[in-house]
Design a protein around this ligand. Structure first.
Ligand code: DAH
Length: 351
């Protein structure tokens, strides 16, 4: 259909320029391109109508349409590169990493304070020439009691409320959770001939109701030395050396007579108070006593040496047993043993 009215190309270019240059993002720009440059746009329609014009008019209008198109294409290209650059900038901004920021530290685990105390105590004895020997936590009545000179029914057994395990094929109480690390004495002797210098660390179990100073699962360290001619003097010198390393170089120790079935003679060992320096008075740690009980010890009973396969006429030995929790609590001032297993990170992180 021939067009008679002269199209207002200037108005089309002006409208197109406004729409293209004013597009606020690439979607709007595509819509404006569609509206002002596509075949269906007013400019496209003018172009399609060219065929109906006579050659002279076609050439003349065709030229102006091309100019108009070229002009709008330039506006389109300019706006597109602006909008693309803005889009790239905002993408980069969103992904920006500040490599100068400090890294995030993942929480770090640590060795439990009680394990640290045990390691420290073991190290002291390793420094004196002892080696570490470990026994099982489930013991037979023989190793836990009988071989250590606690006969069945002996009243000393009631000093240690044991947790027994059921074994239908055996008499009740045949298997126990070890109540102390002393059965390690027998096992260490069975494992090799004298001389023997071992420490036996480990977990122990007693049917105790938890309170500030008791928990049913706790840790001990056993010391056993067997050699020719060992005396109580060797025991005392060894424990004094231990006490001075663990509690401080000014400490003294004192042995008080006591009773354990597996040692003869037996002693309770006290260390001079490391809070008041042994002055007593109103010291709350030793309660004015100047001494603090830290462990049990003694000369290994001849029957125990024999039960371990050693000849009590040829060798003698000394032994000691200490509670790791107690040693840790004494030195750190911790008042309640249950704190050790509360798993409270505020406390764990502070010691
Ligand atoms: N086994 C004892 C207990 O748990 C501690 C002990 C005392 C161990 C004297 C010893 C020792 O080796 O000589 O009560």
């Amino acid at each position: 259909m021939p067009t008679t009215a002269e199209p207002d190309l200037d108005a089309l270019v002006e409208a197109g320029r406004t729409a293209l240059a004013g597009a606020r993002d690439l979607d709007e720009l595509r819509a404006a391109e569609q509206a002002h440059l596509s075949r269906r746009s007013p400019l496209g329609e003018v172009q399609r109508g060219l065929g109906q014009l006579d050659p002279e008019a076609r050439r003349e209008l065709g030229h102006r349409v091309n100019q108009a198109r070229t002009e709008l294409q330039a506006v389109l290209a300019g706006r597109r590169s602006e909008l693309e650059a803005a889009r790239d900038r905002s993408l980069l901004e969103a992904e920006r990493v500040d490599v100068t920021l400090p890294g995030r530290r993942p929480p770090r685990g640590a060795v439990h304070p009680l394990t640290r105390a045990a390691d420290e105590i073991i190290d002291i004895f390793v420094g004196l020439g002892y080696r570490v020997f470990e026994g099982p936590e489930v013991e037979t009545d023989w190793y836990n009691f009988e071989a250590l000179n606690f006969p069945p029914g002996h009243p000393a057994r009631s000093m240690q409320d044991s947790l027994t395990l059921l074994d239908e094929t055996r008499p009740p109480g045949w298997l126990v959770l070890r109540t102390h690390t002393s059965p390690g004495q027998i096992r260490a002797m069975e494992a090799g001939p004298p001389p023997l210098y071992v420490v036996v660390p480990g977990r122990c179990y007693r049917a105790d109701t938890p309170d500030a100073t008791h928990v049913p699962v706790f840790h001990q360290l056993e010391i056993l030395a067997v050699d020719e001619g060992l005396t109580m003097g060797d025991l005392k010198g060894t424990l004094l050396s231990f006490a001075r390393t663990y509690f401080g170089a000014e400490r003294d120790i004192r042995l008080r007579p006591s009773y354990f079935p597996f040692t003869e003679p037996s002693a309770e060992v006290d260390v001079s108070c490391f809070i008041c320096g042994g002055r007593g008075g109103d010291c709350r740690t030793c309660k004015g006593d100047r001494w603090i009980e830290v462990l049990g010890a003694g000369m290994v009973h001849p029957k125990v040496l024999a039960n371990g396969g050693y000849d009590p006429n040829k060798v003698s030995g000394f032994a000691a047993g200490m509670g790791i929790e107690r040693l840790f609590m004494l030195r750190s001032g911790l008042a309640d043993i249950r704190t050790l297993t509360d798993n409270d990170l505020r406390w764990l992180g502070s010691v």
